[in-house]
Design a binder for this molecule. Structure first.
Ligand code: GDP
Ligand code: IMO
Ligand code: MG
Length: 422
């Protein structure tokens, strides 16, 4: 069984926790898009691991973890992550495989990311990890791929070409001194050498694994509304975060994907700029942010919080072909008098039941809420659906009904055990 796990909101839904849990049942775990903008948290025995590039399944012995061709790799971050795992006593051995076709994040990508943000009238609020500029070079056909780091002659030519153009842009547009060829060249050749034992044709390995009836889990990064096509453009990331991205970003045919699981928080969060119709007002915003510990796993920025938006999650379900849902962080709603879910939008006197892709509309809609009574006490200790408070059960069943997807997992805390399987 090959399963894709995708975020149905703006990222940080709790994908890392879910991937870790599902990893136990599969043979391989694959990251297929994004880069170190992702921060996926796994909590095991009170120890917190945050993964930026290495798939969140790596903590399970014997599971092979892939970084697919669709990922943009910052070698320094990856090496630090490998070394961090070694320090924590987790052996990677031959369990990490990096696609030779993945693109490399260069120092000039990271600086460009930051300089563009300063210059733009409408900031995106990126993570500053060089994601956009690196994907731009990929599409512009001047990117540097992992395989190039293993060939000094090819890498020399490509880097020279890139620096010629980029240094001119740095100097003339951004008043920045640019990058020296020698330093960058030597540093990145060394990264290539350090990573060489992990680099291979991951597409061939994965297709062989499928032929051998092995099970694969595809780990989505970011979320549906950060998708380059279907997200709240331009306030998005630069990759295809929907389930279709799994095929392109790993070289696996769509007919080999058996199931897509969507991950949603029981409320909603967003980091960075862009419209957020159900965003809470000040006091409540802070209350939920602190209760849910909603601070970015990559940048530490406070996450914006709001009510769950069912119009958006419904759209995400359609875009990715989600048949099963995991509802995360239900415990954060403990003790609220009432819980709201957005079921439609009001715009210029009309009711919109479908997600409006026109940002000018989305920015100006008023959410229409269904309000339900909350519950008292804590759900964190609950392990069976039937043991949940009546109103929590009602809330989940109603969600399942309006979203037309089965709720199969309910998460009630950050650790592996704090999970209800239905
Ligand atoms: P991801 O990017 O989708 O993997 O999500 P993040 O790791 O960025 O953010 C999710 C945060 O919520 C992490 O700190 C998790 O440890 C935490 N978390 C996950 N599930 C639950 C849950 O059910 N309850 C609570 N309280 N925290 C959770
Ligand atoms: P995970 O995988 C939440 C957001 C940034 C910014 C926008 C563009 O942990 O869910 P980028 O650096 O990608 O060019 O930034 O996307 N963003 C995320 N928000 N979770 C993430 O990843 C994100 N990755 C990028 O905050 O708004
Ligand atoms: Mg995250």
């Amino acid at each position: 069984m090959n399963i894709v796990i995708v975020g149905t909101q703006w990222g940080d839904e709790g994908k890392g926790k879910l991937i870790d849990i599902f990893s136990e049942k599969v043979d391989c775990i694959v990251r297929y898009q994004g880069g170190s903008n992702a921060g996926h948290t796994v909590v095991v025995d009170d120890k917190e691991y945050i993964f930026h590039l290495i798939p969140s399944g790596i903590l399970h012995k014997g599971k092979v973890c892939y970084i697919g061709n669709g990922v943009v790799v910052d070698p320094a971050v990856l090496i630090e992550e490998i070394e961090g795992l070694a320090r924590a006593g987790i052996s990677i051995g031959g369990r990490l495989k990096i696609s030779s076709l993945a693109h490399v994040i260069m120092p000039y990508h990271k600086i460009l990311d930051k300089l563009r943000e300063i210059k733009m009238t409408h900031r995106i609020g990126t993570t500053g990890r060089g994601i956009g500029p690196c994907y731009a070079d990929k599409i512009n056909r001047c990117g540097i791929r992992i395989i190039d780091l293993l060939n000094p002659r090819v890498f020399r030519e490509k880097l020279k070409d890139n620096l010629k153009e980029k240094n001119e842009i740095f100097r003339k547009v951004y008043n920045h001194s640019g990058y020296s060829f020698e330093n960058t060249y030597r540093q990145y050749l060394a990264y290539g050498k350090r990573l060489s034992k992990y680099i291979c044709n991951t597409t061939s390995c994965l297709n062989r694994a499928i032929a051998d009836k092995k099970d694969i889990l595809f780990e989505g990064a970011q979320g549906t509304f950060l998708d380059i096509d279907f997200g709240t453009y331009p306030f998005v990331t630069s990759s295809s975060t929907i389930s279709g991205g799994a095929c392109i970003g790993s070289g696996i045919s769509p007919i080999k994907i058996n199931k897509v699981i969507g991950v949603a928080k029981a409320y909603a969060t967003r980091v960075g700029e862009g419209p957020f119709p159900t965003e809470f007002k000040d006091g409540f915003q802070e209350f939920i942010r602190n209760k849910g510990r909603e601070f970015g796993a990559t940048t530490g920025r406070p996450r914006r919080c709001g009510w769950l938006d069912a119009v958006m999650v419904k759209e995400a379900i359609i875009l990715s072909g989600v048949s099963e849902l995991a509802i995360m962080k239900l415990d954060v709603l403990d003790g609220l008098e009432a819980i709201r879910v957005c079921t439609a939008y009001k715009y210029k006197g009309k009711i919109l039941r479908e997600f409006p892709y026109d940002l000018e509309v989305l920015k100006n809609v008023t959410p229409v809420y269904k309000q339900m009574p909350g519950w008292t006490g804590s759900v964190t200790g609950v392990r069976k659906f039937s043991d949940l408070p009546v109103n929590a059960k009602k809330y989940l069943l109603w969600l399942q009904h309006i979203l037309k997807a089965q709720v199969k997992v309910v998460s009630v805390g950050s650790s592996r055990e704090e999970t209800i399987f239905i």
